[in-house]
Design a binder for this molecule. Structure first.
Ligand SMILES: Cc1ncc(COP(=O)(O)O)c(C=O)c1O
Length: 397
């Protein structure tokens, strides 16, 4: 066997943390206040300003944020929420954890996002809302989704975990009040990171106090104020809540990451289009749609699909062949309904799957893989990826 082209392993992603983040982190540690505090409050203001939303409430992950949103919207056991299986499982699991039923609609194979033409058939008298996902950082077709939601009296929550910096019709994702709430993730893979972390974007003042309460033990006031000069040491628990607050040591990273985000995304865009250009003549690859004026991509992932009948091997063999060339990839995602828990779940809730199944989700789910993409990726790294792909395809077909 020939040796791999690269001497060192190229991961599929890597966070870009600079000296500013590290200095701010040390400042937080030295200040004596490392948990929720003034830096977290400033980060929430910066997030709201960046996204053009009235409120951004940060917490420990997008997953917890999603569950808290559903609680704040009073999702009840047996209520149905229409969403996509082409997502991270948390989109579904948070619904199930509240006793709700994730009712699935197939994707548009061009975009990997929920196909609005398939939503209406999934509505029943128990449907409460729709959760589209902006997968890969490409906005879902929100205009059609809002139209359906309005016609049927449903709320819309946007799973914008992958979409910080993406635009829809020229507006930042999360900024249109036709969606009651949206959620961003700051997991280390995302376009900006706080280590772990997430935030809810919302417009309606009425939900703010409840969500703040639900993210911190159900306590009425922000705890950190209790120990400041103006605070009172007394607490009042209004309902059982979670421990999902955001820390100042996370905000220390986020305050600088958000300033760099547009630059990060521009660089991702250059690399994304460079992949498109360099892979366009390779047989057997379905390349991602780069979006357009309406769907402003933030280039979170470059997802290609392998056609085994042309390439001569399936996706898993292709992933292994790239690994043998010292190149890492990701799979975003194995459809949620294929996972062991959800196979049983949908066997017990057959009406929550469309009668025709999810053929586009399954077709793409079997074939997709994410290539290395992050702002610090060099063009030489990218050339290695492209050369390895070309070589594997030439060898196998
Ligand atoms: C589409 C989608 N939704 C939700 C999440 C959950 O985000 P977090 O890891 O911050 O809980 C992710 C994270 O990978 C995601 O990609």
């Amino acid at each position: 066997m020939s040796s791999p082209r690269r001497e060192t392993f190229l991961p599929f992603t890597r966070p870009c943390i600079g000296p500013e983040e590290i200095e701010e982190f040390i400042d937080s540690v030295n200040s004596g206040w490392i948990t929720t505090g003034p830096k977290s409050a400033r980060f929430e203001e910066e997030l709201a300003r960046y996204n053009g939303v009235k409120h951004c409430l940060a917490m420990n992950s997008a997953t917890t944020a999603q569950e808290i949103m559903l609680q704040a919207l009073e999702l009840q056991p047996g209520d149905e929420v229409i969403t996509t299986s082409m997502t991270w499982v948390s989109t579904l699991s948070t619904i199930v954890l509240r006793g709700g039923i994730p009712v699935l609609a197939d994707i548009d194979p061009k975009t990997l996002n929920i196909d609005p033409a398939r939503i209406e058939a999934r509505i029943t008298p128990r449907t409460k809302g729709i959760i589209p996902v902006h997968l890969t950082g490409l906005p879902a077709p929100m205009e059609e989704i809002w139209r359906i939601a309005e016609a049927h009296g449903l709320w819309v929550i946007e799973d914008a975990a992958q979409a910080m910096g993406a635009h829809y019709r020229g507006r930042k994702i999360g900024s249109d009040p036709r969606s009651v709430m949206s959620v961003y993730s700051f997991h280390p893979n995302k376009n900006m990171t706080t280590g772990e972390g997430g935030a809810i974007a919302l417009h309606d003042d009425r939900h703010v106090d409840r969500i703040k309460r639900l993210r911190f033990h159900g306590i009425e006031k922000d705890a950190w104020k209790r120990f400041s000069k103006e605070g009172s040491p007394h607490t009042e628990v209004m309902e059982p809540g979670r421990k999902a607050n955001f820390m100042d040591i996370q905000a220390a990273l986020g305050l600088h990451q958000i300033k760099k985000l547009d630059g990060f995304n521009a660089r991702r865009g250059v690399l994304f289009h460079r992949y498109l250009e360099q892979l366009k003549d390779v047989p057997g690859l379905v390349l991602p749609w780069p979006g357009d004026e309406v769907h402003g991509h933030c280039y979170h992932l470059f997802v290609l699909r392998i056609q085994p009948e042309i390439v001569g091997m399936d996706r898993d063999a292709f992933v292994q062949a790239l690994k043998d060339e010292n190149i890492g990839t990701g799979i975003h995602y194995r459809p949620a309904h294929i996972h062991a828990y959800y196979r049983d779940y949908y066997a017990q809730h057959p009406d929550a799957l469309p009668p025709e199944g999810l053929p586009h989700t399954e077709w793409s789910g079997d074939r997709l893989m994410s290539l290395p993409l992050w702002p610090g990726l060099t063009e030489a790294d990218q050339d290695d990826v492209v050369a390895a792909i070309r070589q594997i395809v030439a060898r196998a077909s």
